[in-house]
Write a protein that binds this ligand. Structure first.
Ligand code: PLP
Length: 430
């Protein structure tokens, strides 16, 4: 995405970057990060941006959070790393104990890693180990990461899978994407054909089905909130077919949707949960949690070098405690509701907004050619993001034509208003 800005210091860094960085990365903006604090990011030329993407749902507690800085600085003087797979240490244990005060009671055992894809990979392997079965069902448009296990379930964009086959035995089926129902139905007027499709897939591998992997709110696919019955229906089907239900809460977790886990909105729980992104307060940290009866793999079956890293765990504990102390779940719910209302009003007045949906501060706005045809308008979406960037607002895309709203959860109503105004002014002229 090229904006009007041509800043010399940033341009020089970008030029150097082009020479040494893998070209597989997709940069949405030309923005070159220099520093960040709270809700704001400054680029290398000292331009200030209001952050409405939290570095993809990572900076839930705000950038450069003082509690995280204090905890990491304190730990760095004592020791940076211990091989937690070989030795014991208190911080990783405290991190897991703190995490389990925030999650439903059934979760009491965790595997620590460094990223979302590793947390998913561990969940996938744990499900296969526990059940000693082979198949997994995942969803169209799902994004679970890019290592081969996670990538086998990822189905978000063609480019992510191209040339990487063969994959692990995963069967994909439509998600409950009601605005664009694969079965031609309207929201609230269907027989949950999407659940029937899951069951059909389940029947086809009945005796060998290890797990179903689902994002409780689909992230990269376009911030899609499914109806409650879809998630509870999956739980029921997994029970019937003796498969484990695994949720990927890498993006939707850590109070992003108002509750610590997005699954809590649906009054049900998964057997295994993958978390990452915001739980480290900006320090790389992933974790896979389950009940010990499920996470019962034997020593040596799964481990890593950096899981339980002391700086990551120090950052993680401070981050979780900050979320609790500041009741960020409540703020996410409150400001999220307000933003949804405002965005819905914009939808009523703008032909290019086809759908507005969200839970807490995980909100997606679909940009379309017109409301009737619902034809996706990727070009206009890019233009909107670009205009917003030029006006000092950082937004990111999701899916084919969605603008994602995922600000840090510390956002105030005034900051929400400021960002929404910029967004509204960035829409095409009526
Ligand atoms: N799962 C979900 C739902 C995600 O949104 C992402 C990243 O965006 C991942 C997994 C992969 O995380 P990572 O990029 O840290 O490997």
């Amino acid at each position: 995405m090229q904006s009007k800005k041509r800043n010399t210091k940033s341009a020089k860094i970008r030029k150097r970057d082009k020479k040494v960085t893998s070209p597989s990365l997709t940069r949405e903006y030309e923005m070159v990060f220099e520093r960040a604090k709270g809700m704001y990011i400054w680029d290398a030329d000292n331009n200030k941006y209001l952050d409405f993407c939290a570095s993809i749902a990572v900076s839930n507690i705000g950038h450069s959070n003082p509690d995280v800085i204090k905890a990491v600085t304190k730990q760095i003087k004592k020791g940076i790393h211990v091989g937690f797979a070989d030795f014991y240490a208190e911080l990783p244990v405290t991190f897991l104990e703190t995490l389990f005060t925030l999650t439903p009671k059934k979760y009491n055992t965790g595997f620590l890693s460094n990223s979302g894809t590793e947390a998913v990979e561990a969940a996938y392997k744990c499900a296969r180990w526990h059940t000693n079965k082979k198949y997994t069902i995942a969803f169209e448009k799902a994004f679970h990461g890019r290592t081969m296990g996670a990538l086998s379930m990822t189905n978000s964009q063609k480019v992510q899978r191209e040339r990487f086959a063969p994959f692990l035995p995963v069967k994909h089926t439509p998600y409950a994407y009601c605005y664009r129902c694969k079965f031609g139905k309207e929201k609230g007027d269907c027989s949950f054909e999407c659940l029937e499709a899951v069951e059909t897939k389940m029947r086809s591998v009945k005796k060998d089905l290890a797990s179903v992997f689902v994002e409780a709110v689909q992230g990269e696919g376009g911030y899609i909130v499914p109806p409650k019955k879809f998630i509870t229906g999956l739980r029921k089907l997994c029970n019937e077919y003796d498969a484990l239900l695994c949720t990927d809460e890498v993006q939707s977790g850590a109070f992003r949707t108002g509750k610590f886990l997005a699954m809590e909105h649906f009054n049900t729980t998964a057997d295994i949960v993958a978390l990452s992104k915001a739980i480290g307060g900006g320090v790389p940290l992933g974790v896979t949690i389950a009940n010990r009866k499920i996470m019962n793999w034997k020593p040596g079956s799964h481990a890593n070098t950096f899981g339980g890293n002391l700086l990551a765990c120090a950052g993680g504990i401070a981050s979780l405690n900050y979320m609790k102390k500041k009741k960020l779940g409540k703020n996410s719910e409150k400001i999220g509701k307000y933003m949804l209302k405002e965005l819905n009003e914009m939808k009523n007045e703008n032909e290019c907004i086809g759908d507005v949906r969200g839970l807490g501060l995980m909100i997606g706005v679909e940009i379309v050619k017109d409301k009737k045809s619902k034809k996706t308008n990727r070009k206009e979406r890019t233009k909107i993001l670009c205009r917003a960037y030029d006006r000092g607002l950082l937004l990111l895309p999701a899916g084919e034509n969605v603008v994602r709203f995922a600000p840090p959860l510390i956002i105030t109503k005034e900051q929400a208003d400021k960002g929404l105004k910029i967004f509204e002014n960035s829409l095409p002229k009526k």
